[in-house]
Ligand binder design. Sequence first.
Ligand SMILES: Nc1ncnc2c1ncn2[C@@H]1O[C@H](COP(=O)(O)OP(=O)(O)OP(=O)(O)O)[C@@H](O)[C@H]1O
Ligand SMILES: [Mg+2]
Length: 173
Amino acid sequence: MTQVRGNDLLIARSTAKEELRLTALQRSMHLYTVGATGSGKSKFLEYLIRQDIKTWIHSECGLLLLDPHASARATWVVAYVSASVVTDNMVDALAHVWGAGDTNKTPLMARTAATVFQALYEHKRTLVEALTILDFSSHDFRARLATTIEDETTRVNLERMNNLRPQDYNAES
Ligand SMILES: Nc1ncnc2c1ncn2[C@@H]1O[C@H](COP(=O)(O)OP(=O)(O)OP(=O)(O)O)[C@@H](O)[C@H]1O
Ligand SMILES: [Mg+2]
């Protein structure tokens, strides 16, 4: 049987909870959505796209939306794809707040901020706890966090914060 990458799609669910699905193979061919104006074509496509975004972590299949009339972009709040996208945007926002266009000249800040945001994100913590992660006396807290962090770069940097003396960590570029 032909193998294709990607996730299946839930198209509909009946009142008896029976599901109509398109398999990855079936959806690898063209899908043509027709209906009268206002019948829900765009909403239906949004529903499929959201499934793809949610499943990305398993399928690792990218998604490109071409919308010549820009109707989707105007009305949808499209979710983010992965934690690192959130983290990167937070770091960029931080740089922006401090008047910098990017973090090219502040690699230590970029690395530290990415570590903190990623750790908070993975553990569903609040920004208040960023201060605890950054506090050099919070050795045990960081060590505990590091044991359960999925992102390897973040884990390694949390360990570096613990293993280096504060002045050595801060002296890094
Ligand atoms: N399953 C649904 N449940 C509730 N409301 C829906 C559903 N599908 C669509 N709608 C609503 O119906 C309206 C029309 O939907 P939609 O824009 O998707 O239609 P369309 O077929 O793409 O229309 P057009 O041909 O004008 O592009 C929207 O306000 C949408 O929010
Ligand atoms: Mg439409």
